[in-house]
Structure formats: structure tokens, C-alpha cells
Design a protein around this ligand. Structure first.
Ligand SMILES: Cc1ncc(COP(=O)(O)O)c(C=O)c1O
Length: 501
């Protein structure tokens, strides 16, 4: 079968013919367009070429016969035939863009022989508590031509994405303000600590693991006075303890790690916000939702939250690189009434608030260059997330996590999170059997094609592992990720010397 590949290279259109001898590699269904586009790089010229190629996929699909062939030596041979053919017949005329197309074609070929469900190159299934696996369409959204960050096509997408965040956080208040900054979840802490909190302010940090320590460090870096209210590992401070702490001192803010990714402990921001409103109404409620937004219920307005911060790489389902926040009118007032200027330049709300407001009003604006590709990926992921009721998404995460947790129990193991109501729905932290460390088991689970994470809590890091269950791994059961995780855990435990009950 002949496939016409059209590529735009360095300023001119070059046509080349790529002869594909075996059709098996291309047996893909309706995803054909995504697969081709995905395999290309994010350059403008290549994207154009992908569009040209894509419509030809169905005819290839319809004539193919088998997808079960693993990526084996005969597939390699066909791949090398394809490469040789491209090289020998077209190398002299191909532009750099077109030769990239040939590389992309090679990748498509190899992925098509190995993975029926996804257009992505074969890779271990990443089931750590973030970054998570990507949906093909999210990756494809980044394979777009370069564009101006102040051009209307991108400004429109940015504005729409900010509006999507209002839906994700469930806020309709005109006083709320979503933000998308280039950075990671940590940048959200800096925004809080350098804008909303002032030097000398007291902050109550509800500590459920490693990330409470880090948020405290960040607050102290900008001159705040954090007080940590802790609990035993696997537990969380009780409502009574929180109430008593709030009665004992005036706090500018209370911070909650919704899911502490180091322990898998779930906090209850709704319950905490209720106590705060009752006992210390001026205190702001700040939620670190890095490991919860997109997989745990969050109702920004209804629960009276003031800040929820997150990052793109966890349940939100986009690549790492975006710091995402929702601020309440009260949080913005706290920033506006500060006595000293913000303690940061890049993280300053003085710089970012007008930009975000302009983007949402679809007006071009500039403070620091955003990433059009990442914002497009986020937009695609949020479009998918918001295409079903959020309640359904949360229920799916709960069910998938339950399945893992039940399997863990059936293997005779316990979770760090001691009670069911303390257990996160986007991850599971599992105590390993006595005498087995993460280093004993993780190489075996990796051999099963699954990436889990080791322990992170400083005091017990060598005694447990963490399993993520977020995003497409949950919402697309046909990928089989959750079953794969359970099987890998079982196999890994046995290989590490554990006798299953
Ligand atoms: C609960 C929590 N907070 C904050 C962070 C920091 O986010 P980032 O690594 O994106 O800077 C993480 C990272 O995993 C996290 O899990």
C-alpha cells in the first residue's frame, strides 16, 4: 500500500512517497488521526503534515488484519525496511521537517504494533501519585504550530481554560479568580506565602505528611509564622484539635493538604472550613489540592474556601508545568490590603491578576510568557473532565481506588491511612511486609510494566510504597491499568519473598 506523505520543511512543500509493506502496524480504528499527529513533534510544519496524512488512515485500517503481534524481531525488520525505504528513496529531497516525518512514521509503526489502546510509544504504565498517564488527545493538543502568546487564537483558549477552572472548582462567584501560571504546584505555595500572607502573620498548618512540612517551610521563607498541628502518621488532626488551636491564637490562614501525597491521607476541607467559619471567621482557608483536584470532591463556593491550589500533572491530567489556583474574593482582599508589597516578583498577584482578568475577557495581555502548548493540553484535559458530571468522575476514582485498596487488604497488607475516611481516592500508600523495602519490590513491579512510587514520608520512607489511581487510568477502564497495578503488586510481593495469605 502506498501512503502519500506531505511535509512542509524549511519553507517549501516537499512530497515524498513512503511505501509501507506490512499493514498490520497500522491497524487502528477511529484514533488514526490522533496517532499520526501524536507521533509528530510540536513544530508547526509537522502538524500540517500530520493533517495531510491523517485522513488516509482509515483505508489502511480497513485492510489490516492483526494487532496482536508484539513488537518483535519481524516488526523490527519491517520498521527497518520502512526506514531504509524512506532513506533510500527520498533522503536527497527531504527537508529537515520531512525527515522528522519519517522518524515519526517509524514511531507510529512501532507503537501501532504494540499498543492497541493508545497511540503512545510503548512505555511502562506510570501509576505513581503524579505525574499520571496521559490521554492521547491531551498529548496531541501540544502538537500544534507555534503561535503568539498574545494572538487571539491562544488568548481565546487561555480565557476558555480559565472559565473551565471555575467549573472544575465549582465556583460561580464573580469574585473568584482562577490563575494558570507556568510552574509547578509548589509555585502555588509561593503565591500564597508572598501575596496573601504577610511577614509576621500566624498560619496554622494542618499536617498530614511531608507536604505540610514543605508548605510550612515555604511560608517561613517569606516571613510568616507557621504552626503545625500534626497527627500520627496515617491520621489527621481532629475537628476538636483544630477548634482548640483556632481558639488559642489568631491565625491569618489555615492550610489543609487535601491529600498528602506522602501518606495517602485525605483531609476534609469542608469540615475544616466549617470549624474555621464558626470559630475564627476572618481566618482564610487554604487548600493544597495538588493531589486532589480532579479526583476528590471540592466545592469552592459552597464550602467557603479561599484558596485551592493544584498542578497540571496529577488528576488534572496534563503534563507537569502549570501551577493552577482558585482565589476567593476574600483572599484577593487580603492581598490588596497587605501593608508591604508582595515578597516575590514572578509570583506577585500585582503582576498576574490583571493578566488573568484580561485573558478571561479575551484581551491580549503580557507579564511573562505562558506556554501555549501546555495551556492547550490543559484545555483538552479539562474539556474531557467536564464532559461528564464531576460527581461521576469522583465516584469512578473512588471505585478504582477501592478496588486497589481491597486487593491490598486481600494480600494481607495495610494502608498508611488508618481509617477509611482518611483514605484518599487518587492514591494508596501501602505498608510493605516486615523486612521488605521498596528497593526489594519496585524492580519486580517494574518488570511487570508498572511504575509505582517508593515512600516519601521522612520517618518511614523505606517501609511503604505508593500507588496512584488518577485520570485516564481510572476513567478509561479499557486500558486495564488498575488490574495491571494489582497484578504487578501481587507478583512483586511474591518475587520479593512474601507469602500471600
Ligand atoms: C500535596 C502536594 N502538594 C504540593 C506538591 C508540590 O507540587 P509540585 O511537585 O508540582 O511542585 C505536591 C507534589 O507532589 C503534592 O503532592
Amino acid at each position: 500500500m502506498r501512503m502519500l506523505a506531505t511535509a512542509r520543511g524549511t519553507g517549501r512543500l516537499v512530497k515524498s512517497k513512503i511505501e509501507v509493506r506490512s499493514l498490520q502496524a497500522y491497524r487502528m480504528d477511529a484514533d488514526g488521526r490522533q496517532q499520526l499527529a501524536l507521533a509528530l513533534t510540536s513544530s508547526a510544519t509537522l502538524s500540517t503534515a500530520a493533517t495531510t496524512l491523517a485522513p488516509r488512515r482509515p483505508s489502511i485500517t480497513s485492510t489490516s488484519t492483526s494487532t496482536s503481534t508484539p513488537y518483535n524481531s519481524s516488526a523490527s525488520a519491517r520498521l527497518s525496511q520502512l526506514n531504509n525505504h524512506i532513506t533510500s528513496t527520498t533522503a536527497s529531497t527531504l527537508s529537515p521537517g520531512a525527515s522528522a516525518i519519517s522518524r515519526a512514521a517509524s514511531r507510529i509503526y512501532s507503537t501501532a504494533t504494540t499498543n492497541k489502546m493508545s497511540a503512545q510509544a510503548e512505555h511502562p504504565t506510570v501509576l505513581i501519585p503524579g505525574p499520571i498517564e496521559f490521554d492521547d488527545a491531551v498529548l496531541q493538543a501540544m502538537a500544534t504550530p507555534s503561535e503568539s502568546h498574545v494572538g487571539m487564537p491562544f488568548v481565546n483558549v487561555f480565557g476558555d481554560t480559565l472559565a473551565q477552572l471555575r467549573q472544575l472548582f465549582i465556583t460561580t462567584s464573580p469574585d473568584s479568580q482562577p490563575l494558570i501560571l507556568s510552574g509547578s504546584g509548589t509555585l502555588g505555595w509561593d503565591v500564597v506565602a508572598s501575596n496573601i500572607i504577610e511577614p509576621g502573620d500566624e498560619v496554622l498548618v494542618l499536617h498530614t505528611g511531608y507536604f505540610g512540612d514543605s508548605f510550612s517551610d515555604c511560608l517561613a521563607t517569606y516571613g510568616a509564622k507557621p504552626t503545625q498541628l500534626g497527627a500520627a502518621i496515617g491520621s489527621r488532626p481532629s475537628v476538636e484539635e483544630i477548634e482548640s488551636a483556632l481558639k488559642g491564637r489568631k491565625y491569618k490562614a489555615v492550610t489543609i493538604t487535601h491529600t498528602d501525597t506522602s501518606t495517602g491521607v485525605l483531609s476534609d476541607p469542608k469540615e475544616v472550613a466549617e470549624v474555621v467559619r464558626r470559630v475564627s471567621p476572618e481566618t482564610l482557608v487554604v487548600v493544597d489540592g495538588v493531589c486532589s483536584v480532579g479526583c476528590e470532591e471540592i466545592r469552592f463556593d459552597e464550602w467557603g474556601l479561599d484558596v485551592v491550589l493544584t498542578a497540571s500533572q496529577k488528576a488534572v491530567g496534563a503534563p507537569a508545568g502549570l501551577s493552577i489556583m482558585m482565589l476567593s474574593g476574600r483572599a484577593i482582599e487580603a492581598y490588596k490590603s497587605r501593608k508591604v508589597p508582595p515578597g516575590s516578583y514572578f509570583a506577585s498577584l500585582k503582576n498576574w491578576l490583571p493578566i488573568m482578568q484580561n485573558y478571561e475577557a479575551k484581551k491580549p495581555s503580557y507579564f511573562a510568557t505562558p506556554s501555549p502548548q501546555l495551556v492547550r493540553a490543559l484545555n483538552t484535559s479539562l474539556t474531557q473532565i467536564l464532559s461528564v458530571p464531576l460527581s461521576q468522575r469522583f465516584a469512578e476514582h473512588k471505585a478504582a481506588s477501592r478496588k486497589i485498596k481491597d486487593a491490598v487488604a486481600s494480600f494481607g497488607l495495610k494502608q498508611l491511612a488508618s481509617e477509611e475516611k482518611f483514605q484518599a481516592n487518587g492514591m494508596t500508600a501501602v505498608w510493605l511486609p516486615e523486612g521488605i523495602t521498596p528497593a526489594d519490590i519496585l524492580p519486580h513491579t517494574a518488570k511487570e510494566g508498572v511504575v509505582f512510587a517508593g515512600g516519601l514520608h521522612r520517618e518511614v520512607a523505606t517501609k511503604y510504597i505508593r500507588i496512584g489511581s488518577m485520570g485516564v487510568s481510572v476513567t478509561k477502564p479499557e486500558l486495564g491499568h488498575i488490574d495491571k497495578a494489582i497484578n504487578a503488586l501481587k507478583t512483586g510481593l511474591v518475587a520479593a519473598g512474601y507469602t500471600l495469605p
